[in-house]
Design a protein around this ligand. Structure first.
Ligand code: NI
Length: 425
């Protein structure tokens, strides 16, 4: 399909800075064909009126557990250990494939509504996650949460590798290998997973240094922080996305700054579970590629990156009493260009430019909280709620138009979710 977005403000990126300018946007198939002048002979199948609208890159949420929307607002205000081991893990064992499918679809609805076009998910049932993303037309990075020790993992790694092959060739789906955490995976097992990721040429996605208890446990066992321990196992010598690092210490910074490593900070989830939040200003000074995630909807308890961008930009200023610590531009980069770099696709995701994939959010610039238009990047980070998002394209396809989903049967999702209310409570 050929789409012409007429007269919008377009948010482009160059040399570390964003700029919004009135330009026409031309989409041909899954990619952006031109920004500004129409390509020769371009005849659109559809024209979108962009007057008083902003077209921005779709946001990328680099750490989620989408199936967990079924557990939203269960076990709040409890400590991390009790939340995970006493409340979440026993409930996960009860989930059917259908439960996970509808839970994931609800999460995708919520994120599309707030402009997110790509998510990096650690799932429990592959077919549920992959089919929900495919049915919704949403870009997804998917990895089965792997748990194992030196003696084995009950076939989980083998199953994860087979799942990748089963969904191979889908342009929206990319698989990762996702060992859960240092306290659920032994060193020997992590080496096996890393070796498999190397052979398969896929990303690793791993929860690391999330809580004080985890740091204490690994230090007692190995005498080093979980970050240093993971590097010693060779995990940082291949592309890896580290969720959290909320308890990263100053001596950990050079390890996190390694070229294959990206960190996803999840400040809402970390704070809600009493784990503090990552020392991002120090990470940025050390040259770490920092991205932003919501984490699962059971620990956030929403999947709205606009909300979390605001939080992310504010908390460091609040703690350090230094308002220059983390700028709006840095916050916006964390969900666009940095995220694209983390998944190895800076050449085709996270920006609006010819040849890039058309993963786009179109926002209503007449929303009162965005007026006047003094500084668009600050508006997006400090003022926007995400409710300004009207239309979303993923891979060149309109998945939401004027706030109506084109790929998801909203009523059906609501029905299926309501039907399950209370079963897991
Ligand atoms: Ni997580």
């Amino acid at each position: 399909m050929r789409i012409h977005i007429k007269n919008p403000q377009v948010l482009t990126y160059a040399d570390g800075a964003f700029a919004a300018e009135q330009k026409d946007l031309y989409i041909d198939g899954e990619r952006i064909a031109a920004v500004g002048e129409a390509p020769q002979g371009f005849v659109p199948d559809k024209v979108i009126d962009g007057k008083d609208r902003l077209v921005m890159p779709g946001l990328m949420n680099l750490h989620t557990h989408h199936y967990m929307s079924l557990f939203r607002n269960i076990a709040n205000d409890v400590p991390f250990h009790a939340w995970l081991f006493d409340n979440m893990m026993p409930r996960e064992d009860k989930l059917s494939e259908e439960d996970c499918y509808w839970g994931t679809l609800l999460s995708i609805m919520e994120q599309i509504r707030t402009g997110t076009t790509c998510f990096n998910d650690m799932y429990v049932i592959c077919d549920a996650a992959a089919k929900a993303a495919r049915d919704a037309g949403c870009r997804a990075y998917l990895g089965r949460g792997l748990v194992g020790d030196d003696t084995g993992d009950g076939g989980r790694l083998q199953a994860a590798l087979e799942e990748m092959d089963r969904f191979a060739g889908d342009p929206l789906l990319t698989f990762t290998l996702s060992p859960h955490a240092p306290y659920t995976c032994s060193g020997g097992y992590l080496k096996r997973v890393a070796e498999a990721a190397r052979k398969k040429d896929v990303l690793l996605h791993y929860h690391l240094q999330e809580s004080a208890g985890e740091v204490q446990g690994i230090k007692e066992q190995h005498g080093v922080t979980p970050i240093v321990h993971a590097d010693g196992l060779g995990l940082f010598d291949q592309p890896i996305i580290l969720a959290h690092c909320a308890k990263a210490e100053p001596a950990d910074m050079p390890y996190l700054a390694k070229p294959c490593v990206s960190v996803v900070t999840n400040p809402a989830s970390n704070m809600k579970l009493g784990n503090g939040f990552a020392p991002v200003p120090q990470m940025l000074k050390a040259g770490v590629n920092v991205c932003l995630g919501t984490d699962g909807p059971a620990s956030n308890n929403a999947l709205n990156l606009f909300r979390d961008m605001t939080l992310f930009a504010l908390i460091h200023k609040g703690v350090t009493e230094e308002p220059t610590e983390l700028s709006a531009v840095t916050a916006l980069r964390s969900v666009t260009v940095n995220a694209a770099k983390a998944v190895g696709r800076a050449h085709e995701l996270g920006q609006i430019a010819p040849g890039y994939l058309a993963d786009l959010a179109i926002l209503d610039l007449n929303a009162p909280e965005l007026l006047p238009h003094n500084d668009i990047v600050s508006s997006l980070v400090y003022s926007a709620y995400g409710t300004e998002v009207e239309t979303v394209l993923i891979h060149g396809k309109i998945v939401m138009e004027d706030r109506h989903f084109t790929t998801i049967d909203e009523e059906r999702v609501r029905f299926e979710i309501k039907k399950r209310t209370g079963i897991f409570g």
